[in-house]
Design a protein around this ligand. Structure first.
Ligand code: PCA
Length: 330
């Protein structure tokens, strides 16, 4: 990895010189909508990526990030890029599982539960996902995992039976299905809106990372975080394919180089952020720790059900991803 980063940086500086040496063409600005708060590590990585491209192209292509859902809300970002309302943006693709089940490969409970697993699963899925996105007029640049997903509640929970009837904030089909299997009542809410949803009692629980709980200060309404390590969903930075094809080879090179750096930095930040945010949840009064054995065993059963459902929905393509993931651990 270090070697490829060094190569990338060398490539970037070459491209930057080429771009700066070129006779100034028309400088272009691309707005980049992002759904999560400005202080979130994904948004920080996006801002670094934007500066990298702006500097690397000698200002020929300036990218301006708009975090916190300020330009488009999370659910609208993919369509905005596809239709060319913006040329670039970041989106949690599992939010579009209803369009194509393949988008949910990173949200299958207990398939890939660590950063290493997540990396291997991503390697297995990258090809098919890139092809699927290209069919939708989207070019995939890079993807960064969230820390592992755990369960938040406003009370102590030791079994699935105790979850009956709890209002559960979901962020994609998989999280809604998990709620359904455990007898909770799912309500889909963007991360930007959850502080208010918890404060007003619209939701009393969710599955997410320590990162989102920290960003949204959920300790104001919730009391428990159970480290379940259920899966690590990813955010994806996508470009409108026509806009991508319209870029010069030099600019594409710079963007590819900046993407490699962003993916590497994003992984690193996500790993660092895991302990930091869990400590912050505890420091702000929440009970933070692993789920009990009974609850964990029950949740793992849901994992088996949901893995089978996903394989049924995706057929040979899904099976090939899961097989390649398992094969890569040998
Ligand atoms: N935070 C995002 C997605 C996964 C995560 O950790 C959210 O809760 O919306």
């Amino acid at each position: 990895m270090t070697k490829s980063i060094t190569k990338t940086l060398a490539m970037l500086s070459t491209s930057a010189c080429v771009a700066m040496g070129a006779t100034a063409g028309f400088a272009e600005t691309w707005d980049m909508p992002m759904a999560y708060s400005a202080t979130n590590f994904h948004s920080a990585v996006g801002a670094e990526f934007a500066s990298c491209v702006t500097a690397g192209t000698g200002g020929d292509l300036e990218i301006v990030t708009h975090p916190g859902g300020s330009l488009f809300a999370g659910a609208e970002i993919k369509r905005a890029i596809q239709t060319g309302q913006v040329n670039i943006g970041e989106r949690l693709l599992s939010g579009h599982q209803n369009e194509n089940a393949l988008f949910g490969f990173d949200s299958i409970p207990f398939l890939a539960t660590s950063f290493d697993d997540s990396e291997r699963l991503w390697e297995a899925a990258k090809g098919p996902l890139t092809d699927l996105l290209a069919e939708q007029n989207l070019h995939l640049l890079y993807a960064v995992p969230w820390p592992a997903q755990g369960l938040y509640f406003d009370r102590e929970i030791n079994s699935v039976a105790e979850m009956e009837g709890i209002k559960f904030r979901s962020y994609n089909n998989a999280t809604a299905r998990l709620a359904e299997l455990s007898g909770m009542l799912p309500v889909q809410i963007e991360a930007a809106e959850i502080s208010q949803a918890f404060a007003t009692g619209v939701a009393e629980s969710m599955v997410s990372s320590g990162s989102t709980g920290y960003d949204r200060q959920v300790w104001e309404s919730l009391s428990h975080f159970y480290e379940v390590d259920a899966w690590l969903p990813r955010n994806y930075v996508l470009v409108n394919l026509d806009a991508w094809n319209g870029l010069s080879a030099e600019t594409q090179n710079v963007m590819n180089g900046c993407s490699v750096v962003a993916e590497y930095a994003g992984d690193w930040r996500s790993i660092q952020y895991t302990d930091f945010t869990l400590n912050e949840l505890a420091a702000n009064g929440m009970t933070v720790g692993p789920a009990g054995e009974g609850l964990t065993a029950e949740l793992r059963e849901f994992g088996v059900i949901m893995t089978n459902e996903w394989l049924e929905a995706t057929g040979d393509q899904g099976q090939a991803i899961v097989d390649a993931f398992h094969a890569s651990s040998n």
